[in-house]
Design a protein around this ligand. Structure first.
Ligand code: ASP
Length: 340
């Protein structure tokens, strides 16, 4: 379905940094401070909804390698505060952690009845072959659409469900993939919605803290139980393992299994997503993974690591009890996983 009825209420645009607005300096690319004016000038001859720039209240624009979980909460707070005044929101952000921020917002703003679109660029606005203007334009149209109240990620003419997107296995010219969910829409001057079912809207608890720490580490030949204990002892409130695509982890290593048992017995969640972007975690499919499940490891089905990490962070910040976290982590809250 093509959607061109742009609402008259403005789109709230938030510039947080990233390549999109960068300029060269003697020390390498740095975020510019005058991006809003330049971005609007670049759209002068394109049809777009009215734009109103909002201060994201996250400090000066940054490269997205400096994004922290506290930043996600601040962004969500600002968007929520302004929700009544805007048709939707576009967040300009670096691409390296864009899928983490988009996923985090999908949980933190699960009850919002407005579209939020995160986007960035491969090359800075104004440079030859920059995709910044096109991505911004597509983001504005997606944020203006009444068709949608999800958090989306716009890139290269596609609107992806943000908590299904990942930059991890992308190609240089198409950095984001969404291996388990088709694009919600495509954009070529107008937005063409696909017939994807909307994400569920489950009532989710509000957050009470912002400082939950989720540690993530891959499973690899030789990983030790001691490594898991050390990560837990570093102050992590939950551990997310990137597990082997089929057999999950070393279920025959008694100390590794024991480490999971000890950690979960103390109320620290240990969860797993697949190392394969097309994969899904199936605990118990191979007998070797059964001891891991028995020790308390929970599977994240086909979630991206970005969705899994931010979902754990959100659930911990909502102070959800351990048993309920293990249940909700494997449930489809906002379109982030395919229920089995
Ligand atoms: N350095 C950039 C960042 O902020 C990369 C990008 O935006 O594409 O993530």
């Amino acid at each position: 379905m093509a959607s061109s009825n742009l609402q008259t209420r403005p789109i709230g645009a938030l510039y947080t940094g990233g390549t999109f607005g960068m300029i060269p300096s003697e020390r390498g690319y740095v975020p510019s401070l005058d991006l809003p004016g330049r971005a609007e000038a670049a759209l002068a001859d394109r049809t777009h909804p009215p734009i109103h720039w909002l201060d994201p209240e996250t400090g000066p624009p940054i490269t997205s390698s400096d994004i922290t979980p506290a930043f996600w909460h601040q962004l969500a707070t600002v968007i929520r505060r302004h929700a009544g005044d805007y048709a939707g929101f576009v967040v300009i952000h670096g691409t390296d952690t864009l899928a983490f921020t988009g996923s985090a917002l999908s949980f933190l703003l699960a009850d919002l009845d407005r579209p939020v679109v995160v986007t960035g660029a491969r090359a800075p606005l104004g440079e030859p072959n920059s995709d910044a203007t096109d991505n911004f334009l597509a983001g504005l149209h997606a944020a203006a659409s009444e068709h949608n109240d999800e958090v989306g990620l716009v890139f290269g003419g596609q609107l992806l469900r943000a908590n299904r997107a990942s930059k991890r296995f992308g190609a240089p010219r198409a950095p984001f993939t969404s291996p388990h969910a088709a694009p919600l829409a495509t954009f070529d001057e107008t937005l063409l919605w696909h017939d994807e079912p909307p994400a569920p809207k489950v009532a989710l608890p509000a957050v009470h803290r912002r400082d939950a720490r989720v540690a993530m580490l891959p499973v690899y030949p030789g990983i030790m139980g001691a490594t898991l204990r050390a990560v837990r002892d570093s102050g992590a409130d939950a551990l997310l393992l990137e597990a082997y695509p089929a057999s999950v982890g070393p279920g025959a290593d008694a100390d590794f299994v024991q480490a999971i048992r000890e950690i979960t017995a103390n109320g620290t969640v240990v969860a797993a997503v697949s190392q394969n972007q097309y994969g899904s975690v199936h605990l118990g499919r191979y007998a070797s993974s059964t001891p891991l499940a028995e020790a308390g490891l929970i599977g994240g089905a086909d979630m991206t690591r970005e969705a899994a990490l931010t979902k754990l962070h959100y659930l911990l910040c909502a102070e959800v009890a351990y048993d309920r976290i293990t249940e909700l982590f494997s449930s489809n809250l906002r379109g982030e996983l395919t229920p089995t």
